[in-house]
Structures are given as C-alpha cells and as structure tokens.
Design a protein around this ligand. Structure first.
Ligand SMILES: Cc1cc2nc3c(=O)[nH]c(=O)nc-3n(C[C@H](O)[C@H](O)[C@H](O)COP(=O)(O)OP(=O)(O)OC[C@H]3O[C@@H](n4cnc5c(N)ncnc54)[C@H](O)[C@@H]3O)c2cc1C
Length: 353
C-alpha cells in the first residue's frame, strides 16, 4: 500500500476527545497526527464549556465547597442508572479532581466564583454552579447538594475556552494537526488489524478555496447550529468544494487510530433507526456529527452498544427552531436535543421540577 503520510498515533476528529487523546499519546512519547473534517473544535467549541467534576477539585476547595468522591458517586449512580458500568463511574469520580488539574495544566481557565442558586447556565459572574440535579427533591435527599459544574472562564457559551487552550497546548507539545481532512475508511492488514486510514483532504486545494472552506465550515457550525436552513445551504456548498478539490490520501498509523469524531445527531438515518423520537428536533451538534466514526468502527469489526440509550425518566425540553422558543414535552416523549447533551438538558429540567 502506498502511504502519503505516517505517524505513530492517528487521531480522527479534533474536538475535546481528540485533543485530549492527542495530548496523552504525545506525553507517552508517540508521534501524533490529528485530522479533522472541518476546522477542529467540533461541538466542544460550540458548547457551554461546563465540565462536570467533583470529589474535592482544586476549584471546589478554593471556593470552600466540601465535596467527596463517595457523595459524587452516590449522586451520579442514581442519575445515570445503568448507562455506565459502576467501575467506569468509580474511575470517573476518583479521577475527577486530577482531571480538572490536568485541564488547568494545559491552560483551561476555571474560577471559584460560586453561583448560589440553581440555573441551567450561569451568567458571566459565575463559573462554578449546580449543573446537575443535585438540588432537586429526590437527589437532595440522597446527598447534600454541591456545585460541580466547572465552567471554563470566558464570556457567553465558553466551550471555546476548553478547546482552544488544549489545542494550543497540543501544538506546543508537537502534535501535528491537519484540518479539512475527512476520514472515509479504515485500512487494515491481512489479519484485520487497523494500520491506517483513507481520507479526502483539501490540503492540496488552492489557498483561496481552503480559506472559503474554513469560513463556510465555521458559519455552518455557528450560527448554523441554530438556523438549520443556513446550515443545509452551507453543507451543500462544502460538499461541492470537497467533491471538486479534495484529494484522496492514505495515512499510516504505526501504533493505532483513535476515533473521536463525535456523535450521530446530524445523521437522520441513524437517528431514525436508534432514536426515532429525536428526528424532528434541533440538531445540537455539528455537521460532523454524522455517525461516521461509529460506522467506520463497525465496518472494521467493532460492535456498537447503547446507541439508543436515553435517560430513565424525567422531563426534557425541546427547542423549536421554527418558533424560536423552548417547549416542554412530557415524560417519555421525544426530546429534540442531541444525544450528547440530552442528559444535561434533562438534569436541568428535572431540577426545576
Ligand atoms: C450547544 C452545545 C452546548 C453544549 N454544552 C455542553 C456543556 O456545557 N457541557 C458538556 O459536558 N457538554 C456540552 N455539550 C456536549 C459536548 O459539547 C459534546 O459532548 C462534546 O463536545 C463532544 O466532544 P467530542 O470530542 O466527542 O466531539 P466534537 O467536539 O464534536 O469533535 C468531533 C470532531 O470530529 C470531526 N469529524 C467528524 N467526522 C469526521 C471524519 N469522518 N473525519 C475527520 N473528522 C471528523 C468533527 O468535524 C469534529 O470537529 C454541548 C453541545 C452543544 C452542541
């Protein structure tokens, strides 16, 4: 097989998951190349920038909040039900303070400014708040409510303050990043071991075209997320540019390919199969959330699980793009939000009830 590039570890998709994996692989001494279909940042950059963490993080301690790993585990175990194995949850909880220190070590800014009341998203005075349902009746009775929502410091929806410092840190550490490169297949050897990827890359397109592609990808992400007709137009144009200018490239990965290419809220077929109630909602995510990483993995022999997982109970909110307002729907009906954010929305809503 002829390869256009080679690396030890290849990261597919460069949002929070991708950049964190890249940093860790690099810290372990690997040569790392990350590719992204668009500009990088993904849904992470559009997000509210809230990291759920507790058990006595540096920021909680600075704010005088008394939290323990056991209290966090007890709350989360009830909240997530059987969506996560107990040992996975335990490991998430026990490593939570270290995770915040790790993020801060890579430049993500947090602040011990405590929001004293329950809100779905705090204003710019507050960066530590009740992002879960800890204050609601059932949960309040379980463990004393504490603020665990660590919001990256920055005005408005501050997800960019998570992605951008991490991406800068990764660049400093020597991670190579190649945007505008969509992975379309995993390459395997005769034994079925994944040894690289096949991708469609805009790297060889004229500079002006690449700039246009980057600008359209950025607008499709936001404001396109809140105005689907605009996003659809831009998606068609992005596809046309890719069709005309992208070149096929093969990238070899000597030690592994890590798939971090988001969810499937932008893929109506997968939605209809696994989460039919969500098809009419606002696709809170990016165009890249088309389930491609899941499909690539399945094609390579992986087994997907929990594709249709949803919260066990509670009410959810459904944003209506047409009417530009929030409409509540009753238990068991269809939330219109991304699978990636629905549990967060659910917790906000159930806390108010
Ligand atoms: C508006 C909004 C607010 C949110 N707020 C919060 C919050 O406050 N707290 C919270 O915990 N979560 C929040 N979420 C959810 C959170 O943002 C996501 O769960 C998280 O960012 C997912 O990270 P990721 O790295 O898995 O995916 P992403 O950040 O989406 O990154 C995936 C990347 O993969 C790329 N990609 C896709 N397909 C390919 C391919 N075939 N080849 C190459 N690249 C590809 C995409 O272009 C994208 O850049 C929010 C989401 C949204 C949309």
């Amino acid at each position: 097989m002829v390869w256009d590039d080679a690396t030890d570890v290849l990261i597919v998709g460069y949002g929070a998951a991708g950049v964190c994996a890249a940093l860790e692989a690099r810290a372990a001494g690997a040569d790392v190349l990350a590719v992204d279909r668009f500009n990088g940042g993904g849904a992470t950059e559009l997000s509210g920038g809230i990291v759920y963490a507790g058990g006595g993080t540096t920021i909680q301690r600075e704010a005088g909040i008394d939290d323990t790993a056991d209290a966090m585990f007890t709350y989360l175990a009830r909240e997530v039900g059987d969506a996560v194995r107990p040992e996975t949850l335990r490991s998430f909880v026990d490593s939570s303070p270290d995770m915040i220190d790790w993020l801060m070590g890579h430049g993500v800014p947090f602040e011990a400014s405590v929001c004293p009341y329950k809100t779905s998203y705090p204003d710019n005075r507050y960066y530590l708040y009740y992002s879960g349902s800890e204050c609601s009746g059932e949960f309040r009775a379980l463990t004393p409510p504490v603020q665990r929502g660590h919001r990256a410091k920055g005005r408005g929806a501050s997800g960019k303050m998570i992605y951008q410092p991490l991406a800068r840190s990764a660049a400093r550490a020597g991670v190579r990043f190649r945007p505008h490169t969509r992975v379309v297949a995993l390459e395997s050897d005769g034994d079925g071991r994944v040894i690289g990827v096949r991708a469609r890359s805009m790297a060889h397109a004229p500079l002006l075209i690449r700039k246009r592609f980057a600008a359209m990808a950025s607008i499709a992400a936001k404001p396109g997320i809140y105005y689907p007709p605009l996003r659809r137009v831009l998606e068609r144009r992005l596809d046309a540019l890719e069709h005309r200018y992208a070149r096929e490239v093969r990238i070899r990965a000597r030690h592994g390919v890590i798939l971090c290419a988001g969810g499937y809220i932008a893929n109506q077929d997968i939605l209809a199969r696994h989460a039919p109630g969500y098809t009419g909602g606002l696709a809170l995510g990016t165009t890249g959330d088309d389930g491609s990483a899941i499909e690539l993995a399945v094609a390579a022999g992986a087994v997907a699980d929990r594709m249709d997982w949803r919260p066990r109970s509670g009410r959810t909110t459904r944003p209506s793009p047409a009417r530009n307002r929030i409409r509540s729907v009753s238990r068991g009906s269809s939330p219109g939000r991304s699978s990636k954010v629905r549990s967060r929305c659910w917790t906000c809503r159930s806390a108010r009830n």
